[in-house]
Ligand binder design. Sequence first.
Ligand SMILES: Nc1ncnc2c1ncn2[C@@H]1O[C@H](COP(=O)(O)OP(=O)(O)OP(=O)(O)O)[C@@H](O)[C@H]1O
Ligand code: SF4
Ligand SMILES: [Mg+2]
Length: 374
Amino acid sequence: MAVDDDVTLRVEGLKAFYTSKKGLVKAVNNVTFSIRKGESVGLFGESGAGKTSVALSVLGVFDQLSRYYASTSANVENKRLWKLKDEARKKGLTSKDMGEELPGVDGHVWFQGQDLLTLDEKEYRRIRGNKITYVPQGSTKSLNPYSTIEEQIGEALWAHDEDSVLYERAVLHRVLKALDLVELGDAFLRKDMKPSQFSVGEDQRVLIAMALITNPQLMIADEPTTAVDMGLQQRILDAIQIVREEMNLSMLLISNNQGTISATCDKVGVMTAGHLVEFAATDVIMNAPSHPFTRAFIMSNPSMEVIRKIREKGLRIRGIPGKPPDPANLPPGCPFNERCEFVQDICKQKIPEYREVEKDHWILCHRYEELPEW
Ligand SMILES: Nc1ncnc2c1ncn2[C@@H]1O[C@H](COP(=O)(O)OP(=O)(O)OP(=O)(O)O)[C@@H](O)[C@H]1O
Ligand code: SF4
Ligand SMILES: [Mg+2]
């Protein structure tokens, strides 16, 4: 498939299924979106919606992780499914070709003209942590308490220097530059410090510096500000913005916080029950959402602006009724049908088509045209 030159990442028809004793856990279902060069796209949605699973799939580690969890259980059916998956992969076949839904990742992840899902682990390693970098969820725990900041950031660079052409001085220069980019003051002095001598917010910025040192084309940041207070959140988000502009970096930012998404993203994909239900410019999603789930999710955890709007309209803040569906047992039809106030029979029978309803505005809903104005 031809992907436009100005697209950094195109995720297409992505599925990612875990195995469990209840059967396949459908964490990601048919997700499609693109990130253009220099663009920041947010993945926004409730806990368990599949946001991290999308990131792990793009990074090429979802299969390894889900297979690892499967190997720790003695479930015979799951072992059979993984075996079948291996056969399919060897032959370059999909679940559809095999006539059975299989665990792991399926679909396409286009990056620089290549479908990453066809790469073997050795080829993937040239891209992961190098051209595509990751700031994982709950990540300050992933810093090594015993090594200095310089050693840890530099390590990210050494790991990808296959020809050993980098000299120590060049590494030091890049470490200092990365620390400077995330605005960690006194970089030259502080490079010799260990994580315990930093605040949580500073550790988070060190992790972002680590993700930047290889000059990536795409940075994936999973909930980069959850562990820190409001003041620091803003400083971390500012640091991310500065870096993005300076490096013309594309970004996939995962968060269930409206403020974080609004402050950093050009576009947003909204997820529930493993499905991308709406994708549009951030302003459209936050101020004029269309999909019933997006509306309900924003109402359930409103920003100050949304609270003002809700009050103006004489409405009240309320949570989403009911629970998200179990991804091991999704309802037929629309993934939101059990909780949607606009549900009709068709919604329980047929999964909606993911369609572009206006330029760059995609939606997964049978009833988009009939929904009342927000
Ligand atoms: N190892 C696993 N085995 C089986 N199911 C899993 C596993 N890890 C995650 N899941 C399930 O996959 C679904 C998607 O999880 P994921 O972590 O991608 O959601 P998320 O949107 O990132 O949530 P959060 O906002 O809480 O981080 C959830 O229902 C989760 O329970
Ligand atoms: S398809 Fe139906 S159930 Fe799903 S969001 Fe639209 S109106 Fe609601
Ligand atoms: Mg997550």
